[in-house]
Design a protein around this ligand. Structure first.
Ligand code: ZN
Length: 396
C-alpha cells in the first residue's frame, strides 16, 4: 500500500460531513477530525502548521482551515497554494469504512475530495524530505472547510492571503504580489489542468395577478397563466439564445426552470406565482447582465415578472489565463498541451475572484462524486501525487 493510499483510507474513516447537511451536533459533522489528523501528519514531516478560524458551530466548536507550510531554502519569492476542501456531502455509516476492490478505493470523499487531499499532502510531505526542495518557492497546503455549502473556507483564505504568503509580506501592490502566486485547487478533474468552469446563478421570477372568485375568473388576472408563458419563453427562446453563446472550453450557457409555486386552491384566481431558475453562466457574464437580458426578452413578449436573487451569493464562473508562467509550467509538467474546462463550480472561482490565479486539478472523476458508491482509481491517485511532486520539485 502506498503512503497516498494509506492516508486516503485514513481520511475516509474520519467523517467530515458539511454541517449544513446534518442535524445540529451530529457526530459526523465538521472538518475538525480530518484537520487535526492532517496537522499531525504534516507536523511529523516537518511542515509548519497553523489553523485559520473560519466559522463557529452550534456547539461552540470552531471550523478551521488547516494551513501547512513548507518554506523554501532561501527567501520566498513566490507561493504555490495546494487547496483541496476537507468537507464532504453526507452518507450512511457504511460509507465511512474504506474498502479496496479491483484497483479502486471506495468510501465517502474518495474522489471528492479526500483523494486530492491525500495526493497533495503526501506530495508536500515527500518534497519536505527530499533534496530537491525549491530554493525560492514557498508551498502552502490549505485544507479548506465548507466548500460543499457556502465556500466559507476559501473566502476566509482569500481575506488572509497577504498575511499568509511569504511573497506578499513586504509587497504594497496586491497585483504584483499575486503575479507570484498560483493556487491548485483539488477536485476530481481526471488529472487534467482545469482553467475554466461555469458559474451558477439562482434567480427568482414572480408574476403578479389579481385574485377573484373561481366562478368569475374574468374579474381577475391569473398570475399562474402569466408565469406559464414566462416559463415557455425561458425554456424555448431564451435557451436557444444561450445555445449560441459558446465558450471554447465550456460550451454554451444554460437555463433550467427548477421550481414553480403559485395559487392556493382551485376556486381562487391566483394573484401570485413564482419560479426559481438556475442559470449556468460563462466567464464574463454577470448577474446584472443576465437579469437585464431576461427582463428585455420578457418585455419584448409583453410579459412582466419581477426578478430577484434566490441565493445569498452566486457561484462565480472561473477563467484563468493559461498563459501565466506558472500555469504553463504546470501544464508542461503534467504533459498537457492545453487546459480543460469543467461544468461544476468549486473553490477556485472564489480564490480567483479574490485575486489569486487558480486552476483545478486532482485525481478521480466528478461522475463518482456525491454518489452512493463513491470511489477513486488507486493508479490515478498515485499518478496525481507523482505529477504534483514532480511539478513542485521543478520549481526554483
Ligand atoms: Zn469537491
Amino acid at each position: 500500500m502506498t503512503r497516498t493510499e494509506k492516508l486516503l483510507a485514513e481520511l475516509i474513516a474520519l467523517p467530515s460531513v458539511n454541517p449544513a447537511f446534518l442535524p445540529p451536533r451530529h457526530p459526523n459533522a465538521g472538518e475538525k477530525r480530518v484537520a487535526d489528523f492532517l496537522a499531525a501528519t504534516a507536523a511529523q514531516a516537518g511542515l509548519e502548521v497553523e489553523f485559520q478560524n473560519v466559522l463557529v458551530l452550534a456547539d461552540g466548536h470552531h471550523r478551521c482551515n488547516l494551513i501547512a507550510r513548507l518554506r523554501p531554502r532561501n527567501i520566498t519569492k513566490r507561493t504555490i497554494l495546494l487547496a483541496p476542501h476537507l468537507d464532504t456531502v453526507g452518507a450512511d455509516e457504511t460509507k465511512f469504512i474504506p474498502h479496496r476492490k479491483n484497483g479502486r478505493l471506495y468510501g465517502r470523499g474518495a474522489c471528492d475530495t479526500k483523494g486530492s487531499v491525500a495526493a497533495m499532502l503526501t506530495a508536500l510531505c515527500e518534497l519536505a524530505n527530499s533534496k530537491s526542495r525549491p530554493l525560492e518557492t514557498e508551498i502552502l497546503f490549505a485544507g479548506l472547510v465548507d466548500e460543499e455549502n457556502a465556500q466559507a473556507g476559501s473566502r476566509a483564505l482569500v481575506a488572509q492571503t497577504s498575511r499568509l504568503c511569504g511573497a506578499t509580506e513586504k509587497s504594497t501592490h496586491r497585483r504584483d504580489a499575486c503575479a507570484t502566486i498560483l493556487a491548485i485547487v483539488g477536485e476530481p478533474t481526471k488529472l487534467q489542468v482545469v482553467t475554466a468552469h461555469k458559474g451558477s446563478l439562482w434567480l427568482q421570477l414572480a408574476t403578479r395577478g389579481k385574485a377573484a372568485h373561481g366562478a368569475t375568473p374574468q374579474l381577475g388576472k391569473n398570475a399562474v397563466h402569466e408565469m406559464a408563458r414566462v416559463v415557455e419563453i425561458l425554456e424555448t427562446d431564451y435557451a436557444a439564445q444561450l445555445r449560441k453563446r459558446k465558450h471554447k472550453l465550456l460550451g454554451a450557457a444554460t437555463v433550467n426552470v427548477g421550481k414553480i409555486s403559485g395559487g392556493t386552491q382551485p376556486n381562487i384566481v391566483p394573484d401570485r406565482c413564482t419560479i426559481e431558475i438556475d442559470r449556468r453562466t460563462l466567464p464574463a457574464e454577470t448577474e446584472a447582465g443576465v437579469r437585464r437580458e431576461i427582463a428585455a426578452l420578457l418585455q419584448a413578449k409583453k410579459l412582466a415578472a419581477k426578478i430577484s436573487s434566490a441565493t445569498l451569493a452566486p457561484a462565480l464562473p472561473l477563467e484563468t489565463s493559461s498563459k501565466l508562467p506558472l500555469i504553463r509550467k504546470f501544464l508542461r509538467s503534467t504533459n498537457q498541451t492545453r487546459p480543460a474546462g469543467v461544468d461544476y463550480f468549486c473553490d477556485a472561482a472564489v480564490l480567483s475572484a479574490g485575486g489569486i490565479p487558480s486552476v483545478v486539478f486532482g485525481p478521480g472523476d466528478i461522475a463518482q462524486a456525491h454518489t452512493a458508491d463513491e470511489w477513486i482509481s488507486l493508479a490515478a491517485l498515485e499518478r496525481g501525487k507523482n505529477l504534483l511532486l514532480n511539478f513542485l520539485k521543478s520549481l526554483s
